[in-house]
Structures are given as structure tokens and as C-alpha cells.
Write a protein that binds this ligand. Structure first.
Ligand code: GLU
Length: 492
């Protein structure tokens, strides 16, 4: 076992917890548990314009639902808090000052219009998106181009300003990413990132570096979209004399039709993007977790089904692939069915109850558990049990296609005869109901199939389902006999 890590999940509370965010959280959690380390939750709420008050609770609920217990965080506490960035502003101000003092950052007074004008001046085919960087900062209004006196004067009179990272010229910044291997960025590709905004709030980049250091984070695991931020962060670590954490960037989650799974493409394909939607749709948290863990990672064996604890044991960051991974809902549905099968009939019944009651009204516990036991192998989600309404009430109609194919001239008579014999069957077990049917088929000289299909239609209204005799036993003798007689009379 490797040394205990300190890892963090650092969501911005800008909306509902995203399914990709849950994957990031899960990966961090697995590494923490696997090494006997610490899983930290840090709320990155410095962007007040995008702040959503309910988001933090949704994040907590989503993590709890998935079974990812947080060791240190805003509601859990811990020695290195507070764990909301809005409560840590002094730390960021100190770091910004240290960067300014060391000549690694500078003050810039440019207005948004002036920055736009600069971009306009430089925009060309070869340079479609000019940046505030080492190529352009010399023509802007900042502490690199103004005299010290002028800067002091402007600051004294309270001119709006930001603090920017001074990216050094002519360097190649290289690092090892545990997923992507050796990565290199030229400093010409890196912009002079704003570190402190004009309202005095730090940007993500400054706060993230300060907190990862202050919270003793040993490993940063996050989505690939943050890879291009790494050179900026590494420049800050170096300038502040801090050791940078190990890095791992998880592959992008792609839409099944290719391209990044954006909110828009997901909506179009009917893929839920918020964790709460999966929860409300009745997915099993262990199935979602299993599915997310296998997005980009494989155990190197045939095993596909994992509980959270099994994942803790088997997961390996070094085995995560670099390429983007497609999000396949059908695979998730499959995982869900598999995880459902690991539950007891009682557990399935409990999960299915709301949907069943919405479909057929109140049902008693024993009936629900029997129904769950009967259907467990056929369910994708527990709520699917509600589709088998015939397990709880007499069928209201009969499947048209089934009737056409299976209901013959002699069906009513055979079904009625079977009802009569069942009424006399004291046992009414899976074995006895089958034996009674075989005897009837023999006595009438009719094929077994000639009876079995009409009986299923008559008793359930459908032509598919679990084993017929198991189903009849769940429906019960009295209801079965009643249904068979009713169907025989109405279907003629
Ligand atoms: N606050 C960032 C986010 O919302 C965190 C990125 C990181 O993990 O560094 O994803």
C-alpha cells in the first residue's frame, strides 16, 4: 500500500452536482480509502456571480447518496479549515502579496474595453484569440509599464486593478501526470492569468494553489479540462517556494455520439447530467458508482461488477486511460440491473414501493416482497416493478398482439377448464399448478403451449413476464381462478 494521501474534491457551488463531478469525487475517495488517507471536501465559492446557495447541500447529498464519506469539509470540520474559500480570503491576499513582492505577479489597471481593444489590434488568422500575455503586456497599463510612482499614486487613489501572474519568457514547463504521463507547455502558450480580481476576490487559480498547499493536499485528481491550468499553478508553487502536489487528470466524458458531453448534448440525448436526476430516476447508487469508476479505468481482469469496497481494493490510478470515454446509458442500466439482483427481495420492495403505489394504490408488504422476489431478475430499476401491475390487481386489458397470436377458438374453454381444476388444487404451488396444466393438456389432447399462453394472457393481461407458475402463485389461487374465468367469458 502506498503512503496515505490527502486528496480533495473541490467543486464550485454553481449548480447541481454534475455526474462528471461525482466521478472526480469518487476517484479521489477511492485513492483516499485505498491508502488509509484523507478525503477533503473544499467548496470553491470565490466566484460570487455564479454562486448558487443550494448547491453546497446538493453536493453533500450527492456524495452521501453515493456512499462517499467526507473526512474533512465545511460541515465535517477538520484541522485545516475553514473549508469554504469565501472564509479564507486572508490567506489569498497574503499569497498575492508574496507573489507581488517576489516579482512573480504585477498589478494591472486596464479596463475591459482596453483589453478588448488590445485583442482587436492583434486578432488575425494566425492569432484568432490574442491574450494578455508576455507578448502583449508591454503595451498595457500595468506595473511593468508604468513608473513606480504612478502605480503608487493610482493605488492610493483607489483605481480599479487586478493582480496578474507574471509568466516568465522562454521556458518550457514540464510535469508528470499520473494519467497523461509527461506533459510540457511553453510559457508563450500561457496567459498572464488574473489572480486577484478588481473586487479583491481571488480567482480559482490563486485560491486553488493556496488551499492545496495549506490543506496539505498530496494528490490533485480532477477532470482533463483543468490540464491547461497546470503551468500557471506550477509557476505559482515555484514562486511561493512550495512543493506541488502529484497530478492526475481524468479523461473527458464524451457523448455517445462523439464530442464532449456538454449539458446541451446530454439534454438532446436524454442523458441526465445531475446526480440528483439519477437518484430520482431510481438508479442504485452502487450501480452509478460502479459505472463511473469504469469510465476510463479497467481493472485488467474480466470483473465488471464492483461494490464500493471492492473498488477501493481494486482501483488503480495508473490504469486510467488517456482517451475520452463515451457515456453509455445502456451500460449504466445494465449495471443497475446487476446491482439490483444483489439486493434482497425486501430491499427491492422498499425501493419499488413509491412507484408501485403510484401505479396501483396501497399494497401490503408481503405482496410487494413476493412480487419483488418474482421479478428481480427482470428488473433494470426497482421502479420497473410498477409495470407489472397484474401482480397487484386484476388486468384492466389484454395485450392485443398477444391475443391475436395466442388466443384461439378453444382458448376460452381450456382456460375455464384450467380454472376449475385449479380451484380443486389444494396445494396451489409452482409444481402443482404445472402438473394440473399438464394433466389437462393430456386429457384434452391439446398441446401444452395451447394452454400456457392463453392462461398467461388471461391471468396477467400480457404475454411476457416471469415463469408462469411462479407468477400464478404470487397472484394467488383466488385471484387466479377469478381472472381466468373472467377472461374466458369476456374473450370468448
Ligand atoms: N473548483 C474547480 C471545479 O469546479 C476545481 C478544479 C480542481 O479540482 O482544481 O471543478
Amino acid at each position: 500500500m502506498s503512503a496515505p494521501v490527502r486528496v480533495r474534491f473541490a467543486p464550485s457551488p454553481t449548480g447541481l452536482l454534475h455526474i462528471g463531478g461525482l466521478r472526480t469525487a469518487l476517484t479521489n475517495y477511492l485513492l483516499a480509502r485505498q491508502t488509509g488517507g484523507t478525503f477533503v471536501l473544499r467548496i470553491e465559492d470565490t466566484d460570487r456571480s455564479r454562486f448558487v446557495p443550494e448547491a453546497e447541500q446538493d453536493i453533500l447529498d450527492g456524495l452521501a447518496w453515493a456512499g462517499l464519506t467526507v473526512d474533512e469539509g465545511p460541515t465535517q470540520g477538520g484541522d485545516l479549515g475553514p473549508y469554504r474559500q469565501s472564509e479564507r480570503r486572508d490567506l489569498y491576499a497574503d499569497a498575492a502579496q508574496a507573489l507581488l513582492d517576489g516579482g512573480h505577479a504585477y498589478v494591472a489597471f486596464d479596463t475591459p474595453d482596453e483589453i478588448e481593444a488590445m485583442k482587436e489590434r492583434h486578432r488575425s488568422k494566425e492569432n484568432p484569440s490574442p491574450r494578455y500575455d508576455l507578448a502583449t503586456r508591454g503595451e498595457m497599463t500595468n506595473s511593468l509599464t508604468l513608473s513606480a510612482d504612478e502605480v503608487a499614486e493610482r493605488l492610493a487613489r483607489g483605481d480599479e486593478h487586478v493582480v496578474r501572474l507574471l509568466v516568465p519568457e522562454g521556458e518550457t514547463i514540464t510535469f508528470t501526470d499520473r494519467v497523461r504521463g509527461e506533459v510540457a507547455f511553453e510559457t508563450t502558450e500561457v496567459d498572464d492569468q488574473v489572480l486577484v480580481k478588481s473586487d479583491g476576490m481571488p480567482t480559482y487559480h490563486l485560491a486553488n494553489v493556496v488551499d492545496d498547499h495549506a490543506m496539505g493536499i498530496t494528490d490533485v485528481i480532477r477532470g482533463e479540462e483543468w490540464l491547461s491550468s497546470v503551468p500557471k499553478h506550477l509557476l505559482m508553487y515555484r514562486a511561493l517556494g512550495w512543493e506541488a502536489p502529484r497530478l492526475a487528470h481524468l479523461p473527458l466524458i464524451l457523448s455517445p455520439t462523439g464530442g464532449k458531453l456538454s449539458k446541451r448534448s446530454a439534454d438532446r440525448l436524454g442523458i441526465p447530467v445531475s446526480v440528483v436526476q439519477y437518484r430520482e430516476a431510481g438508479f442504485e447508487p452502487e450501480a452509478v458508482v460502479n459505472f463511473l469508476a469504469l469510465l476510463g479505468w479497467n481493472p485488467g481482469t474480466e470483473q465488471e461488477l464492483f461494490t464500493l469496497d471492492e473498488l477501493v481494493a481494486a482501483f488503480d490510478v495508473e490504469r486510467i486511460g488517456k482517451s475520452g470515454v463515451q457515456f453509455a446509458m445502456d451500460k449504466l442500466e445494465w449495471f443497475n440491473g446487476q446491482h439490483l439482483r444483489r439486493l434482497s427481495a425486501e430491499q427491492i420492495a422498499e425501493r419499488a414501493r413509491p412507484a408501485v403505489q403510484a401505479a396501483v394504490g396501497p399494497v401490503d408488504d408481503a405482496a410487494l416482497v413476493e412480487a419483488a422476489g418474482l421479478m428481480r431478475e427482470r428488473l433494470t430499476r426497482a421502479s420497473d416493478l410498477a409495470e407489472a401491475t397484474y401482480l397487484f390487481q386484476d388486468p384492466q386489458s389484454f395485450d392485443e398482439a398477444g391475443l391475436k397470436k395466442r388466443w384461439k377458438d378453444d382458448s376460452a374453454a381450456l382456460v375455464a377448464a384450467y380454472a376449475d381444476r385449479l380451484e380443486a388444487d389444494a396445494d396451489f404451488s409452482v409444481e402443482s399448478t404445472e402438473a394440473v396444466m399438464r394433466q389437462l393438456a393430456e386429457d384434452e389432447g391439446a398441446g401444452f403451449g395451447r394452454i400456457v399462453h392463453p392462461v398467461r394472457l388471461a391471468a396477467t393481461g400480457t404475454s411476457v413476464g416471469a415463469g408462469l407458475f411462479e407468477t400464478l402463485v404470487v397472484i394467488g389461487k383466488e385471484a387466479t381462478v377469478r381472472r381466468l374465468r373472467h377472461a374466458a367469458s369476456v374473450l370468448g
